[in-house]
Design a protein around this ligand. Structure first.
Ligand code: GLN
Length: 533
């Protein structure tokens, strides 16, 4: 089948869940047997989100091929189980960078470089790029931002051109908007949706499908009204109400025929059967779980999206353990020796979160000490693992000044030190140790057991600092074991204290590869240990 392109745009407000709708549509098409990929185009000027503070855009997600991307790519992978690549995440900055580099090389032969056609051509090239490398039946492209944003204009112009070039059966637009409920009037209001669609039409794009985000059920009359004002079939006006879980969204979309409508509009009348069996089983588990396990996220970003993948990984693992995971954010900046017991009171386990820089690290170290001494299941991820290592050096090995050279460049006991390959790097963007690397596990360790007795695993990284091998023997002798090592570089990637019920730190980020149908084994085993506690 020739590749078809679906564009997802958003209007009225941001944070309506375009990423979830894109991921859900991808899931449904995949469940009908199609080969799909989902990509995100973001209108901001950063070349990638790697240099962004999580308060700006939430977590930075990392692909297996080592690219720092928007967190929506995490949703795409969790929903579909398909790995994304560096070609699935593109920003304005990246588009401009390649055009300007080409201009500097002289590739444009004296031409004036303009937004149209040069920037829009580069956007179009990137939209089509994935399908030139491998065959896809559908390429879903989510456009970040909201219609009306100045910086989004070149992307919409590129879509307008592509729709014209490819024709109506090969390119289609789904527009997501918001229908607010005015409590005082007791009414749902469609005017913002109408305005947003008019704006899109003004740019030469007529959406074929509208998804209306709403907190209240939309009546048939209301959907007819929207259809009438927006030149859209009433069946193609779909509502997306708040649901107890994002993982209900594909089912809810399917019930209203989102995928079927799109397929028919794209000339496919013979719909292949939908296979959602294991997805439904997951939802069943989720809905049947009545008991709750309380887990603390010890971190410094008091923002839901900052630890998105960790939250989702815990939820996946909870579901398959037939529990609901109740996540409690514990701000490590506020943890002291005196209040740690109170702050972690009632927690069955803790995750010590990744991060950068000084802020909040002493609290993470205190938490690691507390849970080590009280044998509370503890999962340290990246910076979290590094804090477990520092805590052990300070309180067990007796190096009171132990630290990471990230926080204290002159510490004599740099148990966490900058990786050799990082020492001469001066540019910040995209230069960390990124992406998936092999890791050999020590037979018989807790970690090896948690992984189902696998000897070799592959996990994604994002860091500059690493366990300092110089201290390895001391750690081993005193009860913290290095149980995962990179076979090529010898870097220590996993530490554990086998004497405790579950005390494991990983230099990598297992949360990037937990999906709905394949929960990550480390999260599975961690949550199980929390439940057993
Ligand atoms: N700041 C630490 C490093 O660069 C940890 C990074 C992280 O947690 N992702 O090594």
């Amino acid at each position: 089948m020739e590749t078809r392109y679906i564009f997802i745009t958003g209007g009225v407000a941001s944070s309506l869940g375009k990423g979830i709708i894109s991921a859900s549509l991808g899931k449904l098409l995949q469940a009908r047997g199609y080969k799909i990929t989902i990509q995100k185009f973001d209108p901001y000027i950063n070349v990638d989100p790697g240099t962004l503070n999580p308060y700006e855009h939430g977590e930075c997600y990392v692909t297996a091929d080592g690219f720092e991307t928007d967190l929506d790519l995490g949703h795409y992978e969790r929903f579909t189980g398909i790995e994304t690549t560096r070609d699935n995440s593109v920003t304005t900055g990246r588009i401009y960078l390649s055009v300007i580099e080409r201009e500097r090389r002289g590739d444009y032969l004296g031409k004036t470089i303009q937004v149209v056609p040069h920037i829009t051509d580069e956007i179009k090239r990137r939209i089509l790029l994935n399908a030139t490398k491998e065959h896809f039946d559908f390429v879903i492209t989510e456009i970040g931002g909201t219609i009306g944003d100045i910086e989004g204009q070149p992307f919409l112009e590129a879509i307008r051109q592509l729709r014209w070039q490819l024709g109506p059966q090969k390119a289609l637009n789904v527009h997501l908007t918001y229908v607010p409920f005015l409590a005082a009037a007791g009414e749902l209001k469609t005017k913002p949706t109408q305005t947003s669609v008019k704006q899109l039409q003004g740019l030469g794009i007529q959406p074929e499908v509208l998804v209306l985000r709403t907190e209240h059920e939309l009546s048939r009359e209301l959907r007819e009204k929207v259809a009438h004002f927006c030149n859209v079939d009433v069946e193609a006006v779909i509502q997306s109400q708040d649901l107890p879980s994002i993982y209900e969204v594909p089912v809810n979309m399917e019930r209203q025929g989102l995928d079927a409508i799109i397929l028919r509009k794209m000339g496919i009348d013979d719909l292949p059967p939908l296979e959602l069996g294991s997805w439904m089983k997951f939802l069943e588990h989720r809905n049947n779980a009545t008991k709750t396990v309380d887990i603390a996220l010890v971190g410094k970003y008091d923002l839901q999206d900052a630890y998105k993948s960790i939250r989702e990984s815990l939820a996946h693992a909870g579901t398959y353990n037939d529990y609901k995971v109740k996540i409690h954010f514990v701000n490590s900046e506020h943890i002291t020796k005196d209040n740690v017991a109170g702050m972690l009171d009632g927690m069955a386990g803790i995750v010590i979160c990744p991060g950068f820089g000084q802020r909040g690290i002493e609290g993470k170290i205190i938490a690691a000490e507390y849970t080590r001494k009280h044998d509370i299941p503890t999962f340290g991820i990246c910076l979290g693992m590094q804090m477990m290592v520092i805590e052990f050096a300070r309180n067990v090995l007796g190096y009171a000044d132990a630290n990471s050279s990230e926080m204290d460049p002159v510490t004599p006991n740099n148990v966490i030190d900058m990786m050799e390959e990082q020492k001469n790097i001066t540019q910040m963007g995209g230069t960390m140790r990124l992406g998936a690397y092999d890791c050999e596990l020590v037979k018989g360790s807790h970690t090896w057991q948690a992984y189902g007795e696998k000897d070799l695993v592959r996990e994604r990284h994002r860091h500059r600092y690493e366990f300092n091998d110089k201290y390895r023997d001391e750690y081993e002798k005193n009860g913290m074991h290095c149980v995962g090592v990179n076979p090529e570089s010898g870097l220590v990637e996993i530490v554990e204290i086998p004497e405790l019920r579950w005390y494991i730190g990983t230099q990598f980020h297992p949360e990037y590869s937990s999906t709905v149908l394949h929960p990550h084994p480390l999260f599975m085993s961690f949550v199980k240990a929390c439940i057993e506690k």
